[in-house]
Design a protein around this ligand. Structure first.
Ligand code: AMP
Ligand code: ZN
Ligand code: FE
Ligand code: FE
Length: 288
């Protein structure tokens, strides 16, 4: 009998803030021994076509995205990430929301740069846009500018409280998380809450919100993720059990913008099969 398939359902390419191009990403996934990989760039499907075109034999590709969402139940509203799998990339309302969020990211990035420059820090917005190379702009691209300027040495340091983690952190206009879950389902996709207990990144949401999202179509929770402590992983599993949600584990690979490797965390085949079974859009798992 062959070994259980290795399934990594959360990775980023240069279509957002990863450092491997979509084609390089799928090749690296195959080289890492993965059987299934999902491409989940922030707020874009731009990496889908090049990943598909380069799909190595034996690798399955789940086309997805990680949507920048916000919960407006607290003041200030809490940012959160929703993974969306196998949705119709042409669903008009979802397409419009993604475009709006990408524009909001540019506007926020430019304001962060203005704050830095007002404090005499020599970073330039046009240069950051060049660094993002047409992909969805994020704080990791600003972190690279801080590294180039010699102000910090690592991305982790750039996300510390003196920099992009707090002092120069600004909110952006994200998608209301209830609307996002509904739009993903309406587009035939399957929504999974990314790293829901990652308290080291900032505020987290209460379990009651997750129950409310489950009631309107949330399919699952990402439990095994490097930003979750063992206690946080156990909490997510117990909550998923209680709510009848599936559980995933993923690397959230970002190339050299993070230290985590492809396949560092994986998803059980049963949970993966549930995602595929629940998807009813035009987008199918592609096999190389
Ligand atoms: P943004 O989407 O622009 O708000 O930036 C968030 C992204 O920055 C996340 O998706 C991660 O890729 C990255 N990130 C967040 N926190 C950290 C951290 N502490 N160290 C490195 N990268 C981080
Ligand atoms: Zn990212
Ligand atoms: Fe995320
Ligand atoms: Fe991510």
């Amino acid at each position: 009998m062959s070994a259980a398939p290795r399934i990594d359902l959360h990775t980023h390419s240069t279509a957002s803030d990863g450092t491997l191009g979509p084609a390089e990403l799928v090749r690296a996934a195959a080289e890492s021994g993965l059987d299934v990989v999902a491409i989940t760039d922030h707020d874009t499907t731009a990496g889908w076509a090049p990943a598909l075109a380069a799909l190595p034999a034996g690798l399955s590709l789940v086309r997805g995205a990680e949507l920048s969402c916000r919960w407006y139940g607290e003041e200030p509203p809490v940012p959160l990430h929703l993974l969306a799998y196998l949705f119709d990339p042409d669903a008009p309302e979802l397409v419009a929301e993604l475009a709006r969020v990408r524009a909001a990211r540019e506007e926020r990035g430019e304001r962060i740069v203005a704050l830095l420059r007002a404090d005499g820090i020599d970073v330039s917005w046009p240069e950051i846009l060049v660094g993002a190379a047409g992909g969805t702009v994020g704080r990791p691209h600003i972190a690279q500018a801080l590294i180039r300027a010699g102000l910090v040495t690592t991305t982790t340091e750039a996300f510390g409280p003196d920099w992009l983690g707090e002092r120069y952190r600004l909110p952006k206009e994200d998608i209301d998380v209830f609307r996002a879950v509904r739009l993903v389902r309406a587009a035939g996709g399957v929504p999974v809450f990314a790293h829901p207990r990652a308290s080291r990144r900032g505020r987290i949401v209460p379990d009651e919100l997750i129950a409310d999202l489950a009631a309107i179509g949330l399919a699952g929770l990402e439990a095994d993720h490097e930003d979750h402590s063992p206690a946080e992983r156990a909490h997510v599993r117990a909550l998923a059990d209680e709510l009848g949600l599936l559980v995933t584990g993923s690397s959230d690979f970002h190339g050299t913008h993070k230290t985590v490797r492809l396949g560092a965390f994986t998803t059980d085949p049963e949970a993966y099969e549930r995602i595929v079974a629940e998807a009813c859009g035009v987008t199918e798992v592609a096999s190389g």
